[in-house]
Design a protein around this ligand. Structure first.
Ligand SMILES: Nc1ncnc2c1ncn2[C@@H]1O[C@H](COP(=O)(O)OP(=O)(O)O)[C@@H](O)[C@H]1O
Ligand SMILES: CC(=O)OP(=O)(O)O
Ligand SMILES: [Mg+2]
Length: 400
């Protein structure tokens, strides 16, 4: 008996979905809806080897979810008779409270809404997806799976900031970390690739997508990660600065009079690779660097250097590292970024096989003399969300 779960990942301007069997993680349909709220949205629905692309204006995530249902019908897939056991939602920020997958109630919805202040690009979109799905799907269980949950195992020295006590005790100021379902899935897959139990393996996972974060995983548990209170800290991202001196904010406020909303927007939406190159998509940036464009070359160097610094610090944090795993859009597809991120680490026992690194689809890209395995592991956030959802439903006795 399959265990079909519809996984919904609502982003700030996009919605990704997958109809997945939580037992073997096979997807019978998947899709993305991009440019929600703009003049024209693009819906791509894939099922049974067929791909359907349509364009039309979709004002918000409510309309996008309805368009998703129509795409299922148009492909001859009736969700009503698919035997769905749940709708599962990716929720980015779960704060200190949500460290497990959670059945959504009005009260949980309210709590997710309160956490929006800590993930302003993400939680409001997640919440909109939840509200609309609860209306559309009536009595099916709705489950939230949180990006922050996997990082709940971090020790205090990794999650605490050295800031005033009141901020820590009353204002929730601490490192939470994100992309947790991806870091969990990829660290387990890396252990499987090494033929070992996750409990016996130390892995550094570099999730390099539009948002990017890197995590030190010891024996299957996150012990440190680069994103912080919000998904702004750490690596250089598509439009986010990653690490900066926080005093830059005060400096720019005093110098230009920019208010906090402007500065927040500047660091979250107008920084990162966009600010350095005028482009967000790494494919375009790499092509420009290959053609000798100076800003693109410098930006690639900065992007890779930041990853390398984190790898070095997590090697120190872990002591022994068995594998470094690259994942998500950039990590899975960019040999140049993987090579740049590991450049000069040979003395630390890390070396890449250039030929393997340049070959698409190769998982193990480690050079013969490397002590540390270097892996390319496709992430599967939707599959991980579905499987955690099914585990929760079983634990609650809602499915067999
Ligand atoms: N072949 C490729 N080479 C380099 N970068 C790529 C390639 N394919 C996709 N990417 C990058 O992956 C990023 C998107 O990653 P993804 O994990 O899908 O992010 P998100 O889930 O945040 O939307 C984009 O910036 C894109 O440039
Ligand atoms: C938390 C986060 O940055 O998510 P995404 O990469 O989907 O933007
Ligand atoms: Mg992502």
């Amino acid at each position: 008996m399959p265990t079909p779960v519809l996984v919904v990942n609502s982003g700030s301007s996009s919605l990704k979905y997958q109809l997945v069997d939580a037992d073997d993680l096979s997807a019978s349909a998947s899709g993305t809806i991009e440019r929600i709220g703009q003049d024209s949205s693009i819906l791509t629905h894939k099922a049974g080897g067929e791909k359907a692309v349509s364009e039309r204006p979709l004002a918000d995530h409510g309309e996008a979810l309805k368009a998703m249902l129509e795409a299922f019908s148009a492909a001859g897939q009736d969700l009503g008779s698919a035997g769905l056991v749940a709708i599962a939602h990716r929720v980015v920020h779960g704060g200190e409270r949500f460290v497990q997958p959670t059945l959504i109630t009005d009260e949980v919805e309210e709590a997710v809404s309160e956490l929006s202040a800590l993930a302003p690009l993400h939680n409001p979109a997640n919440l909109e997806g939840i509200k609309v799905a609860r209306k559309l799907f009536g009595d099916l269980p709705e489950v939230a799976v949180f990006d922050t949950a996997f990082h709940a195992t971090m020790p205090e020295r990794a999650y605490a900031y050295a800031v005033p006590e009141r901020w820590r005790e009353e204002d929730g100021v601490r490192r939470y970390g994100f992309h947790g379902t991806s870091h969990a899935y990829v660290s387990r897959a890396a252990a499987a690739e090494l033929g070992k139990d996750p409990a016996d393996v130390n892995v550094i996972v570099a999730h390099l997508g539009n948002g990017a974060s890197i995590t030190a995983v010891r024996g299957g548990e996150s012990i440190d990660t680069s994103m912080g209170l919000t998904p702004l800290e750490g690596l250089v991202m598509g439009t986010r600065s990653g690490d900066i001196d926080p005093a830059i904010v005060f400096h720019m406020h005093r110098r230009t009079g920019a208010d906090f909303a402007e500065l927040d927007r500047a660091l979250n939406k107008e920084s990162g690779m966009l600010a350095l190159t005028g482009m967000v998509d790494m494919r375009g940036i790499e092509a420009a660097a290959d053609a000798g464009d100076r800003p693109a070359t410098a930006a690639m160097d900065l992007y890779c250097y930041r990853i390398r610094k984190y790898i070095g610090s997590y090697m120190a944090a872990l002591g022994r590292v068995d594998a470094i795993a690259f994942t998500a859009g950039v990590g899975e597809n960019s040999p140049a970024v993987r090579a740049g991120a590991l450049e000069g680490l040979e003395a630390w026992g890390v070396s890449l096989d250039e030929g393997a690194n340049d070959t698409r689809g190769t998982v193990d890209v480690t050079a013969a003399d490397s002590k540390v395995k270097v892996l390319v592991v496709p992430t599967n956030e939707e599959g991980e969300i579905a499987s955690q959802t099914a585990d929760l439903l079983r634990a609650k006795g809602l499915i067999a």
